[in-house]
Design a protein around this ligand. Structure first.
Ligand SMILES: NC(=O)c1ccc[n+]([C@@H]2O[C@H](COP(=O)([O-])OP(=O)(O)OC[C@H]3O[C@@H](n4cnc5c(N)ncnc54)[C@H](O)[C@@H]3O)[C@@H](O)[C@H]2O)c1
Ligand SMILES: O=CCCC(=O)C(=O)O
Length: 525
């Protein structure tokens, strides 16, 4: 399919005059064809009006129809073949194997949400029958289910051009919930976005969806995104990106005459704890595996282990030697955009220039103009406690190791950390007592606690939480990966004493089509 640079407004291709913008090859910074249209304010209004018109039709479709739509999206993405991966490679600089895997994850997410809709558990159907003769007052008949919020704006993320972009997890979960989606495409991969949008539109046509169910809006600056977030027809926002961008959108959404939720995934350094017995048993293996996780995807993962905490001693020295050796052999890697590369370099320079921080090791010299060179840094727990600002995320292949004098000092460091997506414990049986001290603190701090693994590589399953307290996300009560992500785009409605004929099928007596709780007892569909 040849790229045209079109926008997709209510499932229709639209070209706009004007300078537009071009994609940039991540490896060289050179512009690549074609020119992409920039949406006008009117385009935003047309897309949001079409989404609002589509909403009651789409939301009322039988769950099976929406499941078929999601499955058709997965098929159409796969049908794009090599072209999709090849374009994404040029635009993002990510390697073929990574993007092939990401395409599988993207299609898999769509299919997982199709299954979720069919299961119907997400409706949380509850029935409390009336007790007309209850004293001193009759009890009414109450029935509850979740309903979709309305049109959702999704901001495509730069670092996962497939799995967190046009047809990524936010889009899949919003469409599954019954919400039309307007994607604000990321200017780092507009060609990839156009290909995926064409697949969604084909799937929508094939399965008879209303036109306004999907739009893709482009605009390299902030104005298009701001217009979408402030548009009265938009009822929720999904975002993955910088803390500055996410917070700006949270403020815009909160200042609307009718505020809306923004589910922004922003910044996290994903602390890793090296507990003493685990260090004693396998310091060298841990050091090597740590660097593999730090440098994965040029470190451009929100799950990157950017902070390590451990207690000083000879085993920690063994870990540091192994990690330093691994980092010194780590090749530089192309970063996603020249801007992200520049931000990485200034983050590394900030760490390198801090008097309390020592550079432990750096990776091999950069081979290209936008290649990120890995780096490891260290500081003492006492210095960290004096200036915890050093835990700020540096997006790329770098990490800071905090050497604590003892467990008390380590706990003081933990108390200063901001909300995180993940925390990882490397532990053996002899570390369980320390782990038991840490676990309640970590439950308050993060969305996912791992043992003896690395946080990069998020599994897309029912039990996954990819979220966490602010500032890792805007709202720590939710996840953006896994089937629970659907909850972000739903709200509960209770029906009191409604005649049976007016009730949704899932709430009628005798129906067994979804799992539900009836008079306090769970029933299985
Ligand atoms: N933690 C993560 O997962 C993660 C992922 C990607 C980027 N980042 C961070 O973000 C930096 C920049 O990368 P990026 O371009 O992907 O993220 P970004 O936050 O700058 O942009 C993401 C999207 O949000 C839009 N946007 C940003 N600020 C906005 C505003 N004030 N108003 C309206 N729209 C706005 C952008 O146009 C883009 O579409 C990176 O250097 C890195 O530090 C973090
Ligand atoms: O960058 C954010 C998502 C990280 C992720 O999904 C992964 O580590 O697999």
């Amino acid at each position: 399919m040849s790229l045209t640079g079109d926008l997709f407004i209510a499932s229709k291709r639209v070209q706009r005059d004007g300078a537009g913008f071009k994609a940039v090859a991540a490896a060289t910074g050179a512009e690549i064809e074609p020119r992409f249209s920039v949406a006008t304010v009117d385009d935003v209004a047309t897309a949001t009006a079409a989404a609002a018109a589509a909403f009651p039709i789409y939301a009322a479709l039988p769950r099976e129809r929406r499941a078929e739509f999601l499955e058709a999206i997965a098929e159409e993405i796969e049908a794009l073949g090599d072209e999709l991966v090849e374009r994404a490679m040029v635009e993002s600089g990510l390697p073929k194997a990574r993007l092939t895997g990401e395409r599988g994850r993207t299609a898999g997410q769509m299919r997982l949400f199709a299954k979720e809709i069919r299961l119907g558990e997400y409706l949380r159907a509850r029935i409390d029958h009336a007790i007309p003769d209850r004293q001193p007052a009759p009890k009414p008949d109450l029935r509850l289910r979740m309903v979709p919020l309305g049109p959702v704006t999704v901001f495509g993320a730069s670092n996962f051009p497939l799995a967190f972009s046009v047809a990524g997890g936010d889009t899949a979960s919003a469409l599954a919930a019954g919400c039309p989606v307007i994607v604000k495409g990321h200017s780092a991969h507009p060609g990839t976005a156009e290909l995926v949008a064409s697949a969604i539109v084909k799937a929508a046509e094939r399965t008879g969806m209303p036109e306004g169910v999907f739009s893709l809006i482009n605009g390299p600056g902030n104005s298009v995104g701001q217009a979408l977030v402030t548009d009265p027809q938009i009822k929720a926002v999904g975002f993955t990106g910088s803390r500055g961008g996410g917070v700006a959108l949270m403020k815009l959404a909160a200042a609307r005459p009718v505020p809306i939720p923004v589910y922004a995934e922003m910044s996290s350094v994903n602390p890793v704890f090296l507990l003493p017995e685990a260090l004693k048993a396998r310091a060298e293996a841990l050091g090597t595996a740590y660097v593999a996780s730090v440098t994965m995807g040029a470190g451009q993962f929100c799950t990157n282990p950017g902070l390590v905490l451990a207690i000083n001693g000879p085993d920690l020295e063994r870990f540091l030697s192994a990690a330093s050796a691994a980092m010194m052999g780590a090749p530089s890697q192309t970063m996603l955009t020249p801007g992200i590369h520049k931000a990485y370099e200034s983050g590394v320079a900030r760490l390198a220039s801090a008097s309390s921080i020592t550079k432990l090791a750096e990776g091999l010299a950069p081979e290209g103009p936008t290649n990120g060179q890995g780096a490891l840094f260290t500081m003492t727990g006492a210095d960290f406690i004096a200036d915890p600002g050093h835990a700020e995320e540096v997006f790329g292949a770098t990490s800071l190791l905090v050497r604590c004098a003892d467990l008390d000092e380590l706990l003081k460091v933990v108390a200063l950390l901001e909300g995180q997506l993940t925390a990882t414990l490397h532990l053996d049986a002899g570390d369980h007592a320390v782990a038991q001290t840490l676990l309640p603190l970590l439950e308050n701090l993060v969305g996912r606690i791992l043992a003896n693994g690395w946080p990069t590589g998020v599994e897309v399953t029912d039990a996954m939480v990819h979220g966490g307290p602010y500032p890792s996300t805007a709202d720590g009560r939710s996840t953006s990966v896994g089937t629970l992500a659907i909850d972000r785009f739903l709200r509960p409605v209770s029906y009191q004493d409604l005649p049976e004929a007016l009730l949704p099928a899932e709430l009628r007596d005798g129906e067994t089509i979804v799992p539900r709780r009836v008079d306090g007892k769970p029933t299985v569909a």
